[in-house]
Design a protein around this ligand. Sequence first.
Ligand SMILES: Nc1ncnc2c1ncn2[C@@H]1O[C@H](COP(=O)(O)OP(=O)(O)OP(=O)(O)O)[C@@H](O)[C@H]1O
Length: 560
Amino acid sequence: MGYVVGGLSPLSETLWKERTNTEFVGDVSARLTWKDLTVMVTLSNGETQKVLEGLTGYAEPGTFTALMGPSGSGKSTLLDALSSRLAANAFLSGSILLNGRKTKLSFGTAAYVTQDDNLIGTLTVRETISYSARLRLPDKMPWSEKRALVESTIIEMGLQDCADTVIGNWHLRGISGGEKRRVSIALEILMRPRLLFLDEPTSGLDSASAFFVTQTLRGLSRDGRTVIASIHQPSSEVFELFDRLYLLSGGKTVYFGQASEAYEFFAQAGFPCPTLRNPSDHFLRCINSDFDKVKATLKGSMKLRFEASDDPLEKVTTAEAIRTLIDFYRTSQYSYAAKEKVEEISKVKGTVLDSGGSQASFLMQAFTLTKRSFINMSRDFGYYWLRLVIYIVVTICIGTIYLDVGTSYNSILARGSCASFVFGFVTFMSIGGFPSFVEDMKVFQRERLNGHYGVTAFVIGNTISAMPFLILITFISGTVCYFMVHLHPGFLHYLFFVLCLYASVTVVESLMMAIASIIPNFLMGIIIGAGIQVCYHSFIPRYPTRVVRRLVCVCVYILF
Ligand SMILES: Nc1ncnc2c1ncn2[C@@H]1O[C@H](COP(=O)(O)OP(=O)(O)OP(=O)(O)O)[C@@H](O)[C@H]1O
């Protein structure tokens, strides 16, 4: 099979060659087509709902395609379908071809920028991009080249001014929302992907930031990439930057074609854009059925004003307008042209694209993740430092209750209850780390889905980086308690006591991390974590024998 390269920068070519080790003979651009695409979802009550219905379209290299439509029209679902990220309850029919071949885009083949900016708040912009470069670029590539790539990406996304500012979290004031969006995009374009999906990259940004982001995306497409983005409510300046427009309403195609011809299409369909109105506002106004509900609530002069308007749109309900537009599109030259083009592109069997994902070795990934996670834990006051302070205060309090109880037979019960208090409090407090675990999991999910690294590297990185903090926490609180209470003297007794505390805290930390991966919601996770711990503390120590208790501990440890 001939792999082909064309229009790539020298760096991109190096990356591709590293990966495929195959002779390049031309063009590695991504031509994506979708035909009769239908997505059904199964709802929780067992019913099925058609989210997308018979969509046909294409995206070519060097173009920027914008998906537009009212909320709930299926933009994100179309992006998910095209990038093979549909939810488990969604079923797809129809064909999606990449360079004329049926391809399930594996993790990392195409870059996908999600709606949420899941970034590590304690790292600076430069650090964030540098760690990402270490995680994904080949080990053999010299650091000077990696740094050059990081710096060029920072410049490309206009992040020079905030390159050394932290991203920001609950206690660190960081970069703005627009800059966060640009960092998210920078992370995905670092590997120079040929196909780029973006889910609402301009949402929540002011007009200047939205324009800058869109302009950058257009620039990326001009570099031979295929860019598809869903855009919510573009300004007229932003709209002018789109090459192609895919308008959706209720999961159906309202219009697909050149963005500049949409104006004409609406006029032909009987809904011309009034003068002095932003065309994109007009298109979305025509296809947003929620306006019917809004109009129904209008009263008095407002209602009369709408009825007196010359705008043909005010003479019909939006539902009727949508029906008219969909029917008009189906039989229009735009639809035939799109179908013809899809057929034409589908026939050309091009390169099998599989350039994405990480090219770094497993060891490099595990090492980088360990370092990144350690830096995050040490900078985030809420991760371990706050807990350390609370642990010290709690153990001092317990120490004062059982101060100097000694090691006589009379004080056996006191020592036992003291140990229960210390182990109970210290392990229970691990719940305090849950919010940070949830943030970690969000970053992990994003990076894993984009093929940056796998589960094993993440688990190793997280476990090793947490170890020094857990050792510090348990040794300090264990030492305070041991010496205040005057437990059995001797270094081995002391070590045993502290190591038991360390093992218990590690088990609970792992448990909370496992819960964070299944239930990424603060409140639910804390309730479930606390519930499991209460059962563990109250049920397990009382009934089974010591051997069973230890077995349960070992199983929980292995499991989590
Ligand atoms: N996995 C799913 N399970 C159930 N319903 C779903 C699923 N995916 C999408 N939907 C439904 O399909 C419709 C379209 O959702 P989608 O997120 O694609 O819309 P959207 O146009 O991106 O909206 P927004 O602009 O608000 O993000 C919504 O009504 C949504 O509830």
